[in-house]
Design a protein around this ligand. Structure first.
Ligand code: NGF
Length: 288
């Protein structure tokens, strides 16, 4: 399961329905053009927290049908409604997803025992491996080294998608759990995470910048840090522009500009104005 995974975007029409043709094009683009090792489906970038249970299943179906066994597939099934998370975990496992992942439960201030119970409940319902999705900036859930260790005691918890700028904690986890998979989550910090020997990365900007991400990761593994730093710099010039213009809508406009039918974002996320679309195209021309 090591390697580079796109945090897959989903194409929606203006009413918020899944645009199947567009989603298939995004899948193919990430496999054939960006040359990813895998796809992370229904994560933050997939606007997972804005869509219905039926749409989540529909997206799992379409992606598996289009990707087949070409790349590894990870299904993000985490949900505040634990019954829904269990249902999705079973659904994706039956479809043949290589692993599931679940965001830490958020909004209510769950204590660690509750978080542990959430993961065990999901895992006890399926015969599949799980990757913890930790993203404290969005969930408010900060786990420490000991707590990651307790979750890792379950052999079916094979790793973590670590989306945080805490390189002290990342190094401690890497050192303490060499057998677990660590995926870096912040694309603008890929080099720093790669130097700490993560096993791969999962990123939204890989939808358009996957080839540079691979260069950063592989150059760092080869110890060619000066070259890797240059590629991270070019990457960060791109990411700074994307963040400034609106993260997901800008990546969608860049995909459309490259001929991929990436559609619209789900409300309440807004789509770009004419000016924003022009800016997305300028950023693509300059930095891709
Ligand atoms: O989009 C976010 C929100 N983070 C992604 C990634 O960690 C999300 C990251 O690539 C993801 O993998 C998912 O879809 O679940 C950033 O978009 C990128 O580094 C720009 O900041 O924080």
């Amino acid at each position: 399961m090591k390697g580079l995974y796109t945090a897959l975007m989903c194409s929606f029409d203006e009413k918020g329905n899944v645009n199947e043709k567009g989603l298939r094009e995004i899948v193919r683009h990430n496999i054939d053009v960006q040359q990813m090792d895998g796809l992370y489906v229904n994560g933050s970038t997939g606007e997972n927290f804005l869509i219905s249970l039926a749409q989540k299943k529909q997206i799992f179906d379409i992606v598996k049908n289009e990707a087949g066994d070409d790349v590894k597939l990870i299904a993000q099934v985490g949900a505040l409604n634990l019954d829904e998370a269990v249902e999705l975990a079973k659904y994706a496992t039956d479809l043949g997803y290589n692993a599931i992942s679940a965001v830490t439960p958020f909004y209510y201030k769950f204590d660690f025992e509750e978080i542990k119970d959430y993961y065990n409940t999901i895992l006890n319902s399926v015969d599949n491996d799980l990757i913890i999705y930790s993203i404290p900036a969005l969930t408010g859930v900060n786990m420490n080294l000991e707590q990651f260790g307790e979750l890792f005691e379950n052999d079916k918890v094979i790793g973590v998608k670590f989306t945080a700028p805490d390189f002290f904690l990342l190094e401690r986890i890497r050192h303490a759990y060499p057998e677990k998979l660590i995926f870096s989550g912040f694309d603008e910090m890929l080099l720093s995470a790669s130097v700490l020997n993560v096993d791969g990365a999962i990123g939204s900007t890989f939808n358009v910048n996957g080839q540079r991400a691979r260069q950063i990761f592989e150059l760092a593994q080869e110890g060619r840090i000066d070259e890797a730093r240059d590629v991270q710099k070019a990457t960060n010039d791109l990411i700074a522009g994307i963040l400034d213009n609106g993260l997901y809508p800008t990546i969608k406009e860049m995909l459309k500009y490259k001929g991929v039918d990436a559609g619209f974002c789900r409300k309440p996320m807004k789509s770009l104005s004419e000016e924003g679309i022009k800016r997305a195209q300028e950023i693509a021309d300059k930095h891709l």
